[in-house]
Design a protein around this ligand. Structure first.
Ligand SMILES: Nc1ncnc2c1ncn2[C@@H]1O[C@H](COP(=O)(O)OP(=O)(O)O)[C@@H](O)[C@H]1O
Ligand SMILES: [Mg+2]
Length: 543
């Protein structure tokens, strides 16, 4: 900007600014790079990534959301892609790689259109139309499932865990997941599943196949006093969110004690208060106490003498789960504790798992919170198993919510793409090109699956489209284990419709948002290194 020879500065010095096509190109390149980073992990034949953080801690995973999270991307466009994975993970628990890969491909196809001088707003409009259409087509193509059809629910869980390093135990894990989700589901006209109430407790050691479902909650703590019982049958459980201690004086009050009698009286008084608290607990009928706060040594001794099993400093989230599982109410004052507040468990037991004591609150009656105790040879195995379980839990929970599923292995994407192309023709104009681009972007899923199975991606896609068309069979997809096209429904490769729906909507929203940007204004960083500068350093790690 030159005004009579004087440059006019409207932004502070050091600000970096990139406008127009350059801005678009950079953002698209970055987003594609992010998608590329996770693409090779897609599907059962996908590879794993080893991520090493700055402290040298290692994570080996196949999970899109985890990879992107650990990568710590800096570029704003990259962060938008990471958001796609996070939303997907939060909303439906699975399909994170799919969402990011489709998002990247939508931008790759948009770039081709931009090169043909199609204006971004037209591309955005076409993508909008295509996404809306794709979602209504999904509803038409989806199959209904009965919430009591556990066999199918297990198949969905297995599909989500295939290729996740839990291979040998996936049947058993699928069974556990279905039982767990059904246990915590509340049927209130519609099925409501709060997956927070499925606690995953990991303990390295043993074998994946030793993973078990506990009908109740496991607390990673031990009883406070060795004199307390290790096992309590027919447990009546008190949940107390108050210290079983004599309160320290809040202000710095000084108590002057001038004679031994006074000291004794003082100590007696303290003892009496603790004894009263324990009396109160006993009077309620409780034989197990979970305390969110501390328990005084003397109170521990009294509780032990009464044969009450007590645990202290239990996490708030665990207290809530205990309440859900046992039916107890959390009380905030011991004075108010009564038998009505108590919960029930068939058995509370301290068990030694891999050398550490844990409290098992099990055999609860119709618990609305359960625990999956994950076992496995190494830390990496249990961590990856936890991620696989989370995917499977998400999948079963979201299927219960809407009762709709689709065929995986790229089948649904190819079916959608074909129908979108038909739709594009009815729209015409330049939007048609954008809708067709959207359709092709979805086909990145079958293409990638084919590639991972060692098949020729282009030939396979062409053949798959032709077969679906000829046989009028939207269930045909890529059988990655036999490297051929087969019926995914018959092969039990099933996925929830909601996973695909969420992937399509968040991928297209992110792509649209990135396409709409034609100006990147980055404030100068105070720090010496200009990390995260658009188009600057920090992008190399994706290449
Ligand atoms: N046995 C199978 N045969 C073919 N494709 C499968 C099979 N199991 C899963 N898939 C496909 O793998 C893809 C999911 O891969 P995954 O690595 O879990 O990524 P995401 O993070 O997107 O869930 C889906 O398209 C799904 O249909
Ligand atoms: Mg998955």
């Amino acid at each position: 900007m030159q005004l009579s020879g004087q440059p006019v500065l409207i932004l502070p010095e050091g600000t970096q600014r990139i406008v127009g096509r350059d801005a678009q190109r950079i953002n698209i390149t970055v987003a594609k790079a992010v998608a590329n980073a996770v693409r090779s992990t897609l599907g059962p034949k996908g590879m794993d990534k080893m991520l090493v953080d700055d402290l040298g801690d290692i994570v080996v995973t196949n999970d899109g959301a985890t990879i992107l999270d650990e990568m710590n991307v800096e570029h704003p466009a990259a962060k938008m892609m990471v958001e796609v994975a996070k939303t997907q993970d939060k909303e439906v628990g699975d399909g994170t790689t799919t969402a990011v890969v489709v998002g990247g491909e939508l931008l790759a196809k948009a770039e081709e259109l931009l090169d043909k001088k199609i204006h971004p707003t037209l591309i955005i409009k076409g993508y909008r139309m295509a996404a809306g259409k794709a979602i209504s087509l999904l509803n038409e193509l989806a199959m209904d499932i009965d919430v009591n059809d556990e066999e199918t629910l297990r198949k969905l869980a297995i599909t989500s865990m295939t290729g996740k390093g839990v291979e040998e135990a996936r049947e058993k894990l699928a069974d556990i997941v279905v039982k767990a989700v059904k246990q915590v589901a509340e049927n209130d006209e519609k099925m409501i599943v709060d997956t927070d109430y499925i606690k995953i407790e990991k303990k390295q050691g043993g074998d994946l196949a030793d993973t078990e479902l506990v009908n109740g909650i496991i607390i990673d703590k031990e009883r406070v006093h060795p004199g307390m019982p290790k096992v309590v049958e027919n447990a009546k459980i008190a949940l107390i969110n108050a210290p079983i201690e004599v309160k320290e004086t809040e202000t710095d009050a000084e108590i002057r004690i001038t004679s031994p009698d006074q000291l004794q009286a003082f100590l007696d008084q303290e003892e009496k208060m603790l004894r009263d608290m324990v009396e109160k607990v006993k009077a309620s009928g409780a034989n197990v106490v979970f305390c969110q706060k501390g328990i005084d040594d003397l109170a521990q001794h009294f509780l032990a003498k009464e044969g009450i099993l007590a645990v202290r400093r239990v996490k708030k989230s665990d207290m809530e789960k205990l309440a859900k599982a046992t039916g107890a109410t959390i009380v905030t004052s011991i004075k108010d504790l009564s038998d009505k507040d108590l919960g029930f468990a068939g058995k509370v037991e301290e068990k030694k798992i891999a050398g550490e004591n844990m409290i098992f609150v099990e055999n609860c009656k119709e618990p609305k919170a359960v625990t999956i105790l994950v076992r496995g040879g190494t830390e990496h195995v249990v961590d990856e198993a936890e991620r696989a379980l989370n995917d499977a839990i998400g999948v079963v929970a979201s299927t219960l919510k809407d009762g709709k599923i689709v065929a995986g292995g790229g089948a649904i994407e190819v079916a959608l793409a074909m129908k979108l192309r038909d739709y594009a023709k009815t729209v015409g104009g330049r939007e048609q090109l954008a809708i067709e681009a959207f359709a092709s972007a979805l086909e990145i899923i079958p293409t990638t699956l084919a590639e991972s199975a060692g098949m020729d991606p282009i030939d396979t896609l062409v053949e798959l489209r032709a077969k679906q068309e000829k046989e009028k069979n939207p269930y045909l997809g890529i059988d990655v284990f036999n490297a051929k096209i087969s019926n995914m429904k018959d092969a039990s490769v099933l996925e929830p419709m909601s996973v695909k729906k969420q992937a399509i909507s968040s991928a297209s929203e992110a792509a649209e948002m990135i396409l709409r940007i034609d100006d990147i204004i980055a404030a100068s960083k105070k720090s010496s290194e200009s990390k995260g500068m658009p188009g600057g350093e920090g992008m190399g790690e994706f290449e």
